[in-house]
Design a protein around this ligand. Structure first.
Ligand SMILES: CCCCCCCCCCCCC/C=C/[C@@H](O)[C@H](COP(=O)(O)O)NC(=O)CCCCCCCCCCCCCCC
Length: 216
């Protein structure tokens, strides 16, 4: 049986499995599996050390907000991202233009994770196609600059940049994924990236249709 230590261990397979479960037959995104995917990723971040604590703390905070809705009295409205958006909009539960009485709506909280998912997609694709001696810090900051950084103030960008510098090199990084030899990690990333990308695209289209991409 796995001890507490092992239960905390990140495993790319597990994250891949949760993202697989994310999409329903009609391509709705299940919130439960979406947050489970993020929980798995946070485990990975925690295994990289305390420098990343401020990032994982924010991610956990956002995961917990969503889980509270999911398990709350209106939980049945939060089964999918689609139903959450519909419910919160119909009931005026979202601050649309400036922060007001709903600073922690499901919609704005998920949007933050959604933007981070684009970073993840770009980063994992770089990792997958990179050579053995490529620098993870460079891949990570390139992916960040192309995505998430646009939504962050200077001070967060600075702190993120500093954290990226202490990322382990590619071989050690692939090892923490607990998949096996590098070729196997690369193969699994080949499966994971399109899945993550699909979940991202579906959410992006929904948010764009509803004009929710700039929620405060
Ligand atoms: C592998 C290295 C991991 C580097 C993570 C890259 C993302 C850098 C994000 C920096 C966020 C800093 C923390 C603060 C964020 C908030 O200001 C900001 C805005 O929130 P607010 O509107 O409520 O104020 N929050 C966010 O943008 C959400 C950030 C969520 C980041 C989650 C990152 C999880 C990373 C998981 C790593 C997995 C590695 C892949 C391995 C297979």
């Amino acid at each position: 049986m796995a001890g507490p230590q092992e239960e905390q261990k990140f495993c790319l397979q597990e994250v891949l499995d949760t993202f697989k479960l994310c999409l329903s037959e009609k391509k709705d995104v299940y919130l439960e599996h979406y947050v489970a995917g993020w929980r798995g990723l946070v485990k990975f971040l925690n295994s990289l050390g305390s420098v990343f604590g401020f990032i994982s703390k924010d991610a956990v905070n956002k995961i917990n907000i969503l889980v509270t809705y999911l398990h709350g009295e209106n939980g049945s409205q939060y089964v999918t991202v689609q139903s959450m958006v519909k419910y919160e909009l119909e009931n005026q539960l979202v601050d649309l233009t400036k922060r007001g009485s709903h600073p922690e709506s499901g919609c704005r909280t998920l949007l933050r994770l959604h933007r981070a998912l684009r970073w993840l997609e770009l980063f994992l694709e770089r990792l997958r196609t990179s050579s053995e001696d490529s620098k993870t810090s460079v891949m990570c900051s390139e992916a960040y600059n192309e995505s998430l950084s646009q939504h962050h103030p200077w001070v967060v960008r600075k702190a993120a940049g500093m954290a990226f510098c202490v990322l382990p090199g590619r071989p050690a990084f692939l090892e923490v994924m607990n998949v096996g030899p590098p070729e196997q990690v690369v193969a699994m990333l080949g499966e994971a990236v399109p899945l993550i990308s699909e979940v991202y695209q579906i959410t992006e289209e929904l948010y764009a249709q509803q004009n929710l991409l700039d929620l405060p």
